[in-house]
Design a binder for this molecule. Structure first.
Ligand SMILES: [Fe+2]
Length: 184
């Protein structure tokens, strides 16, 4: 299940691991699907495994294109850099985490909502929302991506350097890991 941390624009932490209802002012929505075993599967087979959920959400939300993106540790750091800078899109950014994790940072009003997505999480970021994504220094994840516009994934970069001062994926996932040890 996703973990939400809220920061002020100066990177002060305002709320950590709070109620996911605190995500509401950002305009993003988060849903949860049952995680299926997709270990070792390629993109087509991941999509086939989730056929039922994918078909349902496309009908509900009007998505017309679906694909699967897998990033592995060996893919290097270049993939990470592209969307690590604040940007917007003309389409909602909708991602289902089938495996692995990543952090979406939504910059709305004077807050940054950092959503650490984990397997089973379906996050929808409304079009026009300033955001960035961090897959970490050792990326390893599989997401299903949903689109309404064929070119909707293209990013318009805002020029705001805020992403550089907010704790990154490695920092947030390390914190989350410490907490789960503590709970045991
Ligand atoms: Fe994006």
């Amino acid at each position: 299940v996703a973990r939400l941390t809220i920061f002020a624009e100066d990177a002060r932490m305002l709320s950590d691991a709070g109620d996911l209802a605190e995500l509401q002012p950002s305009g993003a929505t988060l849903r949860n699907w049952n995680v299926l075993d997709t270990v070792g599967l390629g993109p087509d087979d991941v999509l086939a495994a989730y056929h039922e959920d994918v078909t349902r959400v496309c009908a509900e939300e009007g998505y017309v294109l679906v694909d699967v993106k897998q990033v592995r540790p060996g893919d290097g750091g270049q993939a990470r850099q592209v969307f690590l800078t604040e940007h917007t899109h003309d389409d909602d950014e909708v991602r289902y985490f089938a495996a692995g994790s990543g952090v979406f940072y939504l910059h709305v009003a004077d807050r940054v909502y950092a959503v650490l997505c984990e397997p089973g999480d379906l996050l929808s970021v409304p079009k026009g929302t300033a955001h960035w994504f961090d897959m970490g220094t050792i990326p390893d994840f599989t997401v299903i991506r949903f689109f309404r516009e064929p070119e909707g994934w293209i990013g318009d970069f805002t020029g705001d350097p805020i992403a550089q001062r907010i704790p990154d994926f490695d920092a947030l996932s390390a914190r989350a890991g410490q907490d789960s040890c503590w709970r045991r």
